[in-house]
Design a protein around this ligand. Structure first.
Ligand code: UDP
Length: 254
């Protein structure tokens, strides 16, 4: 998949054959790969490649809260640290977390909290560290998706997984899963996420312009995409347990 590395906006975001610049149809997702249990030292972890995005998520907890004053006596807290590597984007990113990273960390945390039973873990913290190694649009959605998987891998009790995708509008057309250049040069970007236990949206952001009819069609596109991404999440989780089962049956694990 071609990565447009310079911030030069093309005049058109569709090719003459009606496909998007990376060859996708309007409602087509970029290729997505996910794997769980990828980091030895974390309680749970996951890796995701989503188009040109490459992201690791590591989960720790429940554990003692540092600094102590952040602890809540009646429930656990969820702390999310979203970081983009300096080399993850074309223009070198300053290593210190900026406002955007703090905002996205908060958004991801708010989005994941509804599926956790934080009330069962007073005084403790779950910490989710997310590192974006390569970024090409839609990283907050990709991070939500991979963080949910890492929480599940850690064995954290959850009401369900959470799945996220961005939909939007480019050159007057509604599309699924905006790439970096589509995000920047397009008319609208709507990152959204679903919590599967109640099928409610736990994230809905909106940047740009659409009319109400287009907005509702965008949500329809998101709904279709959620199901496809959810299948990939489930497959990644199942794969780990199938592999463990096979190791036991070959006698390699006792
Ligand atoms: N981006 C960048 N430099 C930055 C921040 C973002 O080049 O400092 C790129 C990156 O590819 C990102 C895209 O811009 O994925 C869109 O960023 P946005 O803030 O809309 O968040 P995202 O779509 O990644 O959730």
């Amino acid at each position: 998949m071609p990565l447009i590395i310079k911030d030069e906006y093309p005049e058109k975001l569709f090719r003459d054959d009606g496909k998007r610049l990376d060859g996708r149809d309007k409602d087509e997702l970029r290729p997505i790969k996910m794997e769980v249990g990828v980091l030895e030292n974390a309680d749970g972890s996951a890796y995701l490649e989503w188009g040109n995005n490459k992201i690791y998520a590591a989960v720790y907890g429940p554990r003692e809260v540092h600094p102590h004053h952040l602890a809540k006596p009646d429930r656990g807290i969820l702390r999310v640290f979203y970081r983009m590597a300096t080399f993850s984007v074309f223009e070198r990113k300053r290593p210190a977390p900026g406002r955007r990273e703090k905002e996205i960390s908060m958004v991801i945390s708010d989005c994941l909290k509804p599926v956790l039973f934080l009330e069962l873990y007073p005084g403790t913290a779950f910490e989710v560290y997310i590192n974006v190694l390569d970024a090409d649009g839609g990283t907050r959605c990709a991070c939500i998706t991979v963080a949910a998987l890492a929480l599940a891998d850690a064995g954290v009790p959850m009401r369900s997984l959470v799945t996220a995708v961005a939909v939007g509008k480019i050159d007057g057309e509604l599309i699924t899963d905006l790439s970096g250049i589509e995000d920047k040069a397009g008319e609208a970007d709507l990152p959204c996420a679903i919590t599967w236990f109640n099928e409610e949206l736990s994230l809905l952001q909106f940047d740009g312009e659409t009319d109400l009819e287009e907005f509702s069609k965008c949500l329809g596109l998101a709904k279709n995409a959620f199901s496809k991404i959810y299948e990939i999440q489930l497959d990644a989780l199942k794969k780990k347990y199938i592999e463990i089962q096979e190791e036991y049956s070959r006698g390699e694990k006792k």
